[in-house]
Ligand binder design. Structure first.
Ligand SMILES: [Zn+2]
Length: 123
């Protein structure tokens, strides 16, 4: 099984990362925050994610249960990755922040607006 290494980051360049994935598939979630931010989710174990720089450039935002740790760059506001409520021990990469963009990914809808009813499908 080969992993594809993809680099990405925020807009200003303060935050840079590498993510490794088996295939280019991302979830398009319609929950209250994802639909406003336009997040496309690639969820990987921590072993497949490396933060190259910018840990101190990130701000946190929590709401509702507080389990998800949303993060964004303090300078440019982009949200390259965060800790998702569905997988608190994984890393959720925003495919829109990959250098190659989302174009080569297969995008699958996730009805996060009905989170409790649907989350088991992606766990
Ligand atoms: Zn930035």
């Amino acid at each position: 099984m080969g992993l594809i290494a993809l680099e990405g980051g925020c807009h200003c360049g303060a935050v840079r990362f590498v993510v490794r994935t088996e295939e280019r598939v991302a979830l398009d979630c319609n929950c209250s925050i994802c639909r406003k931010k336009g997040l496309l989710h690639l969820i990987v174990p921590p072993s497949q994610f490396e933060l190259l720089r910018g840990a101190d450039a990130l701000a946190e935002y929590r709401f509702n249960t507080g389990l998800a740790i949303h993060r964004h760059c303090r300078t440019c506001g982009c949200a390259p990755f965060y800790t998702p409520r569905s997988h608190p021990d994984h890393v959720d990469v925003n495919v829109r922040c990959l250098d190659e963009g989302p174009g080569r990914f297969r995008i699958e809808p996730f009805d996060g607006d009905q989170w409790e009813a649907n989350v088991d499908r992606i766990r």
